[in-house]
Design a binder for this molecule. Structure first.
Ligand SMILES: [Zn+2]
Length: 346
């Protein structure tokens, strides 16, 4: 991040803006945090997709200690009782969530949550429980980090400079942005072509990158709900309706078969408003889902929450965030500039 914006963030934090935002939002809101990976993204041997890392283990512990003092961290059943039975929420409710189900959640986040007795939710990409290999975004980052080529002509984005680590990261970002725009089948073909152009081997599932069912059951028993995030993580608006339905129904069925919980919460892959739509929301409703989560900035008023339980907003956290920026995000500064856009829910 640029020096100037870092300074501005520190200044906002020092001027008491987080407290001001807190007063502005008052008590009638729900804050949901969206984490992905908890690991050190800047370690020299970290070759995966950096923007999918939300915090280092040290930063995560610091963030959780701060949250535990300022919010009432609620469990998913408490939120669902509010949504379906009108039961009250505590004041200053906050829900902690993680997407994808990386093994580092179990290794680095779970011990902190247990120590502080904080409930949470992990949204699992269920195909990875059996085959814990890198998903497509990590695959692309791996290929671009491992290749010996100093430049290459890549599908969708053309000629690319690969001469420095920074250049490779910039190409990864560009490639992923382009891949997210195309239909799923075209995306898969393009990724195969990238691997061939860069002359790198296909990654394996050893060592595992994701949690297994045994670890899932251990976490569920300790108040960490594990919920569906599709089987294969396609963007649901880039596949046909039949495939989208399969991704929702099958990931839910697998989790219910493997754990002793009702799997009625869901997180949309990618989570921006163009990554789901009214038809997907209707499918979730038909399948009996009680809540679903986007990446539109949090918090959400309790009024909007009752109206749009299948489009719950979350604060998206990134490993690059300073502690000051973390506080501003949690207190809802980005949500003031993001226009809320909801699809109609019945
Ligand atoms: Zn995801």
């Amino acid at each position: 991040m640029a020096k100037r914006s870092q300074l501005a963030i520190a200044m906002l934090a020092r001027l008491g803006v987080p407290r001001l935002l807190d007063t502005f939002w008052g008590k009638n809101r729900l804050t949901v945090l969206a984490y992905h990976r908890i690991t050190d993204a800047t370690a020299p041997d970290f070759l995966y997709y950096r923007p999918n890392v939300s915090a280092s283990p040290q930063m995560f512990a610091r963030q959780m200690a701060w949250i535990a003092k300022r919010f009432n961290v609620i469990s998913l059943p408490v939120l669902h009782a509010f949504l379906t039975k009108g039961r009250p929420l505590p004041s200053r409710p906050l829900l902690i969530t993680f997407d994808d189900g990386y093994l580092d959640n179990y290794q680095n986040a779970f011990p902190v949550l247990k120590r502080l007795q904080l409930p949470a939710v992990i949204f699992l990409m269920t195909s990875r429980m059996e085959h814990p290999a890198p998903p497509w975004w990590d695959e692309c980052a791996l290929y671009l980090n491992l290749t010996e080529h100093q430049q290459a002509e890549l599908p969708l984005i053309g000629m690319c400079d690969l001469s420095t680590p920074e250049a490779r990261r910039a190409v990864t970002d560009r490639l992923l942005r382009a891949l997210k725009q195309v239909p799923e089948a075209e995306k898969q073909a393009a990724i195969r072509a990238v691997r061939e152009r860069l002359d790198v081997p296909e990654p394996t599932a050893d060592p595992p990158l994701f949690v297994n069912w045994e670890q899932v059951r251990e976490m569920v028993a300790a108040d960490i709900a594990c919920m569906p995030h599709t089987v294969n993580h396609p963007i649901l608006t880039r596949v046909d309706a039949e495939q989208a339905y399969y991704e929702l129904a099958e990931s839910r069925a697998q989790i219910e078969a493997q754990t002793d919980q009702q799997a009625t919460a869901f997180a949309y892959p990618n989570g921006t408003p163009s990554d789901y739509n009214a038809a997907i929301i209707q499918m979730l409703r038909d399948l009996g889902f009680q809540s679903a989560y986007t990446l539109t900035p949090a918090p959400m008023s309790l009024r909007a929450l009752r109206r749009y339980p299948l489009q719950i907003r979350r604060a998206f956290l990134l490993y690059k965030d300073s502690f000051d920026l973390f506080k501003l995000k949690v207190m809802g500064l980005p949500s003031l500039v993001a226009r809320p856009r909801y699809y109609k829910e019945n």
